[in-house]
Design a protein around this ligand. Structure first.
Ligand code: HMG
Ligand code: MG
Length: 310
């Protein structure tokens, strides 16, 4: 028996193709209570590349005491197949992290800012203002070394300590990252409280602040089941890069209410039904997530992974 397929019914106002920025190996595994063996991480990334994903955020060069789950960053990069045409960005918070990333031969790094004071303190040990000086040094040196730099903004929708976040504040932080030289801005709903109208408001504010929508990516955590609806709202406004995590792995160790990201499989199912191109082999991807769930000892939270592999 062949498997279920969505009927392809294009909807108006959507892009013809979307780039999936896969964060499972970084955002997913940084939040695991156990440290996943480096050879399992390498196999995970190699399998994701084989499934057709072309942007694989691999790991972070953060302080190993802050995120012990990713302390093996250099070892992991040395083990990867590094498939031609596949981009392997890494998170870098500061110059020490950049030094380590350069030594590992990376070509693409991401700095990660906070839209709120509370999360800047907790995640970066810096004030909201001081985070920019730290990133400015990283971006300047990274660009001079020929790297590309992505800029994340966290807590773009709600913050567990401060509540609702003003879209104008998000846009102001994002604009500073773009002015520094970030080629792309990823707007993070770190705790997943956003809803589609709120997505419109944040994208509207970014547009008003002069950030072109073509440079914006969306990064939705699925804590309250809104990630897919929020993604559709963003696509309708012209966003063409969507962050997602294979099998819905994810969270943030410094924001307890954060759970997994939008599952890549759930995104691919919706894009298939809408006739939007993405280049991913859904069966190979779901099999990879089911395999990873087995390594982690619990089922994938992705409904599509469960339906296809259960
Ligand atoms: P700090 O303690 O203020 O660091 O941490 P420091 O600059 O004061 O340095 C203290 C010591 O740490 C020094 O060593 C440094 O060399 C060392 P000493 O001189 O004392 O021997 N050090 C490092 N060692 C290795 N690698 C480094 C590094 N940096 C300093 N990179 C820091 C500041 C930013 C490093 C720390 O707060 C940190 O690592 N934070 C990272 C937290 C994190 O990774 N959070 C998860 C990622 S963000 C996220 O998940 C959200 C996202 O998905 C989007 C969304 O969902 O919204 C992106
Ligand atoms: Mg995240």
């Amino acid at each position: 028996m062949s498997r279920d397929l969505p009927m392809v019914v294009p909807a108006p106002g959507l892009p013809g193709r979307v780039t999936i920025y896969e964060v499972g190996a970084r955002d997913g595994l940084q939040n695991e209570s156990s440290v996943v063996p480096v050879e399992v991480k390498a196999e995970f990334l190699d399998r994701l590349a084989a499934a057709g994903l072309t942007t694989l955020e691999a790991t972070s060069f953060v302080h190993p005491r802050w995120v012990p789950q990713l302390a093996d960053a250099a070892d992991l990069l040395a083990r990867l197949a590094r498939v031609p045409g596949v981009d392997y960005p890494v998170l870098v918070p500061n110059e020490r992290g950049l030094d380590r990333a350069l030594q590992a031969g990376v070509e693409h790094v991401a700095v990660f800012a906070s839209a709120t004071e509370s999360f800047a303190q907790r995640n970066l040990n810096r004030s909201l203002d001081a985070q920019f000086a730290m990133f400015d040094a990283v971006v300047t040196r990274a660009l001079a070394a020929g790297l590309r730099v992505r800029g994340y903004v966290s807590m773009c929708f709600g913050d567990p300590w401060e509540g609702a976040v003003d879209p104008a504040q998000v846009a102001a932080v994002g604009r500073r990252l773009v002015e520094m030289g970030c080629h792309q801005l990823s707007l993070g709903d770190t705790i997943g409280t956003g809803t589609p109208g709120h997505v419109d408001a944040v994208l509207e504010a970014c547009g008003a602040a002069g950030v072109p929508v073509a440079r914006i990516a969306v990064h939705f955590h699925d804590t309250y089941g809104q990630a897919l609806a929020n993604t559709l709202a963003a696509l309708r406004r012209g966003v063409v890069t969507v962050d997602a995590s294979a099998g819905g792995l994810g969270g943030c160790p410094y924001a307890e209410s954060a759970t997994g990201n939008l599952a890549t499989e759930d995104l691919v199912w919706m894009l298939d039904g809408l006739g939007v191109g993405h280049g991913v082999d859904l069966d190979a991807l779901a099999a990879t997530s089911a395999w990873m769930a087995g390594r982690l000892g619990r089922p994938s939270p992705s409904r599509v992974v469960r339906a296809l592999t259960g």
